[in-house]
Design a protein around this ligand. Structure first.
Ligand code: ARG
Length: 453
């Protein structure tokens, strides 16, 4: 970079110029940078550091650059190192000498911290919106399939019947917490670092609160060293993104399993599946596999930032530049994953005959048999043991639990009566789970109503 090097005898080599530049990643924060500068100019005017006419000139130049950026004609050049010096150099070409006033009482250190805070705030709001869209799709699909019963799994082994809608609602809850994490982190991200300078503040009469207000940020930094050196807000964004991505990956994996021939619980429409270059019959859930597959890179960027931060001595260090590309990449990838998952939830068809058939597997009612005995006064552990013996007897005799004659049931617990066979009904079994947060239709319906509000 030729600018800023009056104190140097030699210029940077091309290799080093490219190496230190962040122009490529910074293309994503041009708008944030210009908005930050517009607020800074407003503050310089209020504090008398530039005249109203100079402020107008600076603002019109910055707005021209913003137009160029929106039209795609403002491309950052590595020779100016980063977005900040690109803007300042281009501004000079546009408005002349007044451009030299722009950086008054400011450093690229507080500037880049601000840019990233504005960028992350914007992306945080985007994630909150996309998560809300996904939750809405989950609720709609749950309501449309409220009568669907399926096996619930633990250890991926059939456990107890439940409502398909209950599983959809479980993801509504998970994504609700993710949305909450994004919302909560934005309180800490929305703090303006502008006015911290390189690290000690300024001897000029600046008013950081004016800049913060112009940017609609809720508060101003409390310590100038901290303001320029920490990127905890990026780590928080990446953590919220990582956990959202992990939840998306779990949902994707669940759907991948459900759409197999072996399970057959759901079908994806053609526009959510891809095929094979060799096997013409293949209908593969690649979008879901990619949602699962992108999680590693997203979590990787969180680890990258934490490790970048861990070894830094106090103050701004150039390593911090390396926290930008990951955050930008994660924002793009997570946004795409959320959109694709919403389409998948909206588009999938539930095969209720298959789910009911699977949920009617007699062994799924073993726990209901235990509860049947408990209601008749048998102690839980004794009831558990009695039913376990019936299960073993049925397995040994190669018959289903439902086909075990009442005389044999009675051999294991005298409290068994003819009514025991009424237990083997998947819908009734699910609907009996009326405890708070349980899978009974009444509970799930009111949980969905609550989720909607
Ligand atoms: N490009 C830098 C970054 O992204 C901006 C700050 C550079 N500051 C400096 N003193 N070299 O972090």
């Amino acid at each position: 970079m030729k600018v800023l090097r009056k104190a140097f005898k030699e210029q940077l080599s091309d290799v080093v110029t490219e190496f230190v530049a962040s122009a490529k990643a910074d293309q994503a924060i041009v708008e944030a940078d210009i908005n930050g500068s517009l607020a800074h100019v407003e503050m310089l005017k209020k504090s008398g550091l530039v005249t109203p006419a100079q402020a107008d000139n600076l603002k019109s130049g910055l707005n021209t650059l913003k137009d160029q950026y929106e039209k795609g004609t403002f491309i950052l050049e590595a020779q100016y190192e980063d977005v900040h010096m690109n803007v300042e150099s281009k501004l000079g070409e546009l408005i002349g000498a007044d451009a030299k006033l722009l950086h008054t009482a400011r450093s690229r250190n507080d500037q880049v911290a601000l840019d990233m805070r504005l960028f992350i705030l914007d992306k945080t709001a985007e994630m909150e919106k996309l998560i809300a869209d996904l939750q809405e799709a989950l609720i709609t699909t749950a309501e449309a399939n409220i009568g669907v019963v399926m096996p619930g799994y633990t250890h991926l082994q059939r456990a107890q019947p439940l409502l398909f809608a209950h599983i959809m609602h479980s993801y509504v809850e998970m994504f609700g917490r993710d949305k909450g994490r994004f919302a909560d982190s934005s309180k800490r991200t929305g703090i303006s670092p502008l006015g911290a300078g390189a690290l000690v503040g300024s001897g000029l009469p600046i008013m950081p609160d004016v800049t913060a207000a112009a940017l609609e940020l809720s508060s101003v930094f409390g310590n100038s060293v901290d303001a320029v050196s920490d990127r905890d807000f990026i780590a928080e964004f990446l953590f919220a993104s990582s956990l959202t991505s992990v939840h998306l990956s779990q949902l994707a994996e669940t759907l991948v399993i459900w759409c197999t021939k072996e399970f057959g619980f759901i079908q994806f429409p053609d526009d959510l599946t891809t095929t094979s270059s060799l096997m013409p019959q293949k209908k593969n859930p690649d979008p879901m596999e990619l949602v699962r597959g992108k999680t590693g890179a997203i979590v990787g960027e969180l680890v990258n930032v934490l490790i970048t931060l861990k070894g830094l001595p106090v103050g701004y260090n150039r390593d911090l530049q390396e926290t930008k590309p990951g955050a930008i990449k994660v924002a793009d990838e997570l946004s795409a994953c959320l959109k694709v998952m919403t389409l998948a939830i909206q588009g999938m068809q539930v095969v209720s005959e298959k789910t009911l058939q699977a949920a009617s597997d007699p062994e799924l009612f073993a726990t209901d048999l235990v509860e049947y005995l408990v209601v008749k006064g048998v102690a839980f552990r004794a009831a558990h043991e009695a039913v376990a013996s019936v299960v073993q007897h049925a397995r040994d005799s190669k018959i289903s639990l439902q086909a075990v004659p009442i005389v044999d049931y009675k051999k294991h617990a005298a409290e068994f009566e003819e009514s025991v066979y009424e237990v083997f009904n998947a819908v009734n079994s699910a609907n009996a789970k009326t405890s708070p947060g349980g899978t009974a239709t009444t509970r799930v319906t009111s949980a969905l109503i609550k989720a909607k509000s």
